[in-house]
Structure formats: structure tokens, C-alpha cells
Design a binder for this molecule. Structure first.
Ligand code: BTN
Length: 230
């Protein structure tokens, strides 16, 4: 596993996507990013004190597209598992792949595809207390415990958890994910491309990684969308 370290970089995901000689589990770690990328093209504010990293996963032709569709969820439960090993707090898994604690977001994950690699980019709020425009919606480990943490210990713990979960049986991983399901029982609205796809009560995450939502007494399954909690 090669590790590339930077004090400052534009984006760790972009760095790996641009490397022509990419190898499985290449990992890039940065103290800050000047152009951090979030999901749906959002800017990801990347302050010092965060664990900011990306790693590459080489596509295995024996695995199906469905198996790779689970990657964001597997990455999410790996962050939760890694954080639990460092500090055992009451983390929740917010479908599709955010980790929450005390109703605030502590981590963001962006999975991208380049050639025959998946790039898994993760930003965890660890020692920082500035979350940019998301100030009232985010928190960090230090904010909660008052302690200071080694971001590298957290990064390697998360990657180890990922290796473990990625090779595990999916039913087992999904059971784990559902045991931390933040949305379960909450009234939510699914919004995609600015359009409401409906409101209802969130249930479990099902085998294909979709979220079950009960709308007007009927159970519906949703793919990745933007979730609004009422
Ligand atoms: C989200 O929108 O929640 C996903 C945020 C992902 C941020 C991480 S930080 C490391 C990696 N590099 C990036 O530019 N983005 C990801």
C-alpha cells in the first residue's frame, strides 16, 4: 500500500484520478484541500484537523456491478467501525453514506470511478471545529469529547475496517448497517434534482442498498436521493 502525503492539495480524489500508475489501495492523505469535492458537485470545506484521504480500489472483474453499487455503503460502515475503534461513541449511519453523531454530520464520503479503479474519498471531522457553511449541521470528534486525536490512526483504522467489510458476506454487512440506521422511523422527504419524490417514514435499507420508505401505507424503495428529515 503506497501512501502519498501532502500538507495541501487541491483534492485527494482528483490526485488519485490523475495518477496514471495507480495501484490497488494507493492512499493519499492531506492536511488541507483547496478544492475539496463533495457529492452532487458541492464544495467540501477541508480545514486542518480533519482526516482527509482517498484510496484506490482496483476493480475485480469477478465482482458484479451490484456488488460495486454497495461501495458507498461499505465505505460508510467502515468509517463508523473505524471511529468506534478509536472512540466508542453512539455513531449512526445515515443512508446512503454519511456518519452522524448527536444529529450532526461527522464525515463525508465521495466514491468515484476512473478507468478500472474506484476512488473512495473520505473527510472526517476529527480535531477541527470550523465546518464552514455547515457550522450548525456538523460536529467533530474533538467537539464531542474535548480530546485530540491522531488523524492518521483514524485513517488506517478506517481502511482496515474497509478491507474487512469489503470481503465480508453482504447480508452480515447490511445487518450491521441497519443496526445503526439513523433514518429508521423518521419522517423524511426524498428530493431528487430539486423535485420531491414523496414523503413518508423511513424503514430498513434493503438487499440492493436501497432505502425502504412507507408512503401513505405503501412501501416504496428509493435509490440514492437527497434526504430531507422533516
Ligand atoms: C459529501 O458531500 O458528503 C462528500 C464529501 C467527501 C469529501 C472527501 S475529503 C477527501 C476526498 N477529496 C475530495 O475532494 N473529496 C473527498
Amino acid at each position: 500500500m503506497r501512501i502519498f502525503r501532502f500538507n495541501e492539495i487541491d483534492s485527494t480524489n482528483k490526485y488519485l484520478k490523475e495518477r496514471e500508475d495507480l495501484k490497488d489501495y494507493d492512499c493519499v492523505i492531506a492536511k488541507t484541500q483547496t478544492a475539496g469535492v463533495g457529492r452532487r458537485g458541492n464544495v467540501w470545506v477541508s480545514n486542518e484537523g480533519m482526516a482527509i484521504f482517498s484510496f484506490a480500489l482496483q476493480e475485480d472483474k469477478n465482482l458484479s456491478l451490484e456488488e460495486y453499487m454497495r461501495l458507498p455503503l461499505v465505505a460508510g460502515i467502515s468509517v463508523l467501525g473505524g471511529l468506534k475503534k478509536i472512540e466508542n461513541l453512539d455513531y449512526k449511519f445515515k443512508w446512503t453514506n454519511d456518519i452522524y453523531i448527536q444529529d450532526k454530520k461527522i464525515c463525508g464520503i465521495l466514491v468515484e470511478k476512473i478507468r478500472d479503479f474506484f476512488i473512495i474519498g473520505i473527510g472526517v471531522n476529527v480535531n477541527n471545529d470550523d465546518f464552514g457553511y455547515a457550522q450548525d449541521k456538523a460536529t467533530s470528534l474533538k467537539n464531542i469529547t474535548g480530546k485530540f486525536y491522531s488523524t492518521e490512526d483514524i485513517i488506517f483504522c478506517i481502511i482496515n475496517e474497509f478491507k474487512k467489510y469489503f470481503s465480508e458476506n453482504w447480508e452480515y454487512v447490511l445487518k450491521e448497517i441497519n443496526s445503526y440506521n439513523y433514518l429508521k422511523g423518521k419522517e423524511i422527504e426524498i428530493i431528487k434534482y430539486g423535485e420531491s419524490l414523496g414523503s413518508g417514514i423511513a424503514k430498513d435499507i434493503v438487499y440492493e442498498g436501497r432505502l425502504k420508505v412507507e408512503i401513505d401505507g405503501e412501501e416504496k424503495l428509493f435509490n440514492i436521493g437527497e434526504i430531507h428529515i422533516k
